[in-house]
Design a protein around this ligand. Structure first.
Ligand code: SAM
Length: 245
């Protein structure tokens, strides 16, 4: 499924999620990646790299290669990170034929809505992680901490403005997916403000499933709690996999 936010609306993405909002988390991901696995920690592959907002910070610490399945998002990221290699690919099956010291899958892994897809994405991370290296997985939610809610935000540039409502709800009865309804108000110069809406379906898995799948794929898994300044303490859990030598 092609989402408007990552295709026809991709050029608006930096007004919804600005690079400057990623400094705290990119520093955290960079530190965890640098200290996990053995040396060197020089090359980094990010799968589902989107607008490249984390890469903007991480490229100071790693040689970063970015993979996303949406060409329009790769174009946004290429403007922000012109020195990084950008490659079109799906995190479930892309194979670049080379390995990296570290692999990151940030919020894009939340688009894995079945265990089979989640396993395929983690297997892609494993296939690209050298022995002794490490991978970090950062889902938006795990089942234990999921809370419905709404958020809003947005900003302006010289000509355009975007405001959004992000409504997280509708845990499915099996508890493996939830929905995020996005409403985007878009102002382009003097044109009338227009409204776009779309629903994103996201995956939701318990901690035990994450740890099991990461281990089954071949990594040694650990939980990492990130007490981000904008989130209640203890509610944002990430998963690290180190690849045995
Ligand atoms: C929220 S954006 C990521 C933003 C990114 N964390 C950043 O800092 O700029 C989610 C991205 O996941 C990508 N994505 C979703 N499913 C994917 C898949 N199966 N393979 C690769 N990319 C995928 C989308 O194209 C989109 O660019």
């Amino acid at each position: 499924m092609t989402m408007k936010l990552y295709s026809e609306l991709a050029a608006w993405y930096p007004l919804l999620d600005a690079p400057c909002e990623h400094a705290e988390e990119a520093a955290f991901y960079g530190d965890r990646l640098a200290e996990s696995g053995d040396d060197p920690a020089r090359t980094l592959l990010e799968l589902g790299s989107g607008a490249g907002n984390n890469a903007m910070y991480l490229k100071d610490r790693f040689d970063v290669t970015l993979v996303d399945r949406a060409p329009a998002m790769l174009a946004v990221s290429s403007e922000l990170n012109p020195g990084c290699e950008h490659i079109a690919g799906d995190m479930r099956d892309v194979r670049l034929g080379r390995s990296f010291d570290r692999v990151l899958i940030h919020d894009a892994i939340s688009y894995m809505t079945t265990e089979a897809d989640l396993r395929a994405a983690i297997a892609t991370a494993y296939a690209h992680c050298r022995p002794g290296g490490a991978a970090l997985f950062a889902p938006d939610h795990i089942l234990e901490h999921f809370q419905p809610g709404a958020a809003h935000g947005g900003r302006d540039d010289d000509r355009r403005g975007l405001r959004y409502l992000e409504w997280t709800h509708e845990l499915d009865p099996a508890g493996t997916t939830y929905s995020v309804d996005f409403a985007y108000l878009l102002r382009d110069g003097d044109l009338p403000v227009r409204l776009e809406h779309e629903r994103h379906r996201m995956g939701l898995f318990p901690r035990a499933a994450w740890l099991r799948i990461i281990e089954e794929v071949g990594f040694r898994p650990t939980v990492v709690v990130f007490n981000h300044s904008e989130l209640p303490p203890g509610t944002y859990e990430l998963f690290l996999g180190t690849r045995p030598r």
